[in-house]
Design a protein around this ligand. Structure first.
Ligand code: ZN
Ligand code: ZN
Length: 171
């Protein structure tokens, strides 16, 4: 597994991955510090870092303010542990695809992808919220009239519509 002592080779750029130890989570991470900035996560490790509230200082203090090699994110990567092609998997964030190994469950994230996953939902939907807000207010204004707008509350139907749009965009 990724926690083995042996240094692994980056599936995106071929550099040796550097082991970073997260003492709080007791996890060894493999980061491409001398190449593309990609991060290899073990089977369940990514779950401990992908939420905004979860601490990821051990990663970000290593990769921040560094310049990394450009790589082709569309290229098929091979799992550095199993040596089989990895499969691209959506992460629910526009433009972010994770490379997943179907054999050992390892996940490879390109530089910045972890950041985008952690911040993605709030960032991506802020514009949608205000758009829905405007649509809703304009329609409601024409129905109930300007003076009744202050009394208006979001309806269950609006909530349903919002969730529908969000679910569609998350695909
Ligand atoms: Zn790399
Ligand atoms: Zn694997």
């Amino acid at each position: 597994m990724a926690d083995s002592k042996k240094n692994l080779i980056c599936p995106a750029c071929g550099e040796e991955l550097v082991k970073i130890y997260d003492s709080e989570k007791n996890i060894n991470l493999d980061i491409c510090l001398n190449g593309c900035g990609g991060i290899l996560f073990d089977n369940r490790e990514l779950n401990k870092f992908d939420e905004k509230g979860e601490k990821a200082d051990s990663i970000f203090k290593e990769i921040e303010n560094r310049t990394f090699k450009e790589v082709d994110t569309n290229a098929v990567r091979k799992c550095p542990i199993c040596n089989v092609p990895m499969v691209k998997m959506g992460a629910g964030i526009a433009g972010v695809e994770i490379d997943n190994c179907n054999v050992c469950g390892a996940k490879f994230l390109d530089n910045n992808e972890l950041k985008r996953i952690r911040e993605g939902v709030a960032e991506d939907y802020s514009h949608l919220d205000s758009l829905l807000d405007n649509l809703y207010k304009d329609n409601l204004k024409s129905i109930v009239g300007e003076e009744n707008m202050k009394k208006a509350k979001p309806s269950p139907r609006r909530q349903f519509f919002e969730n529908l749009v969000k679910a569609y965009l998350m695909k």
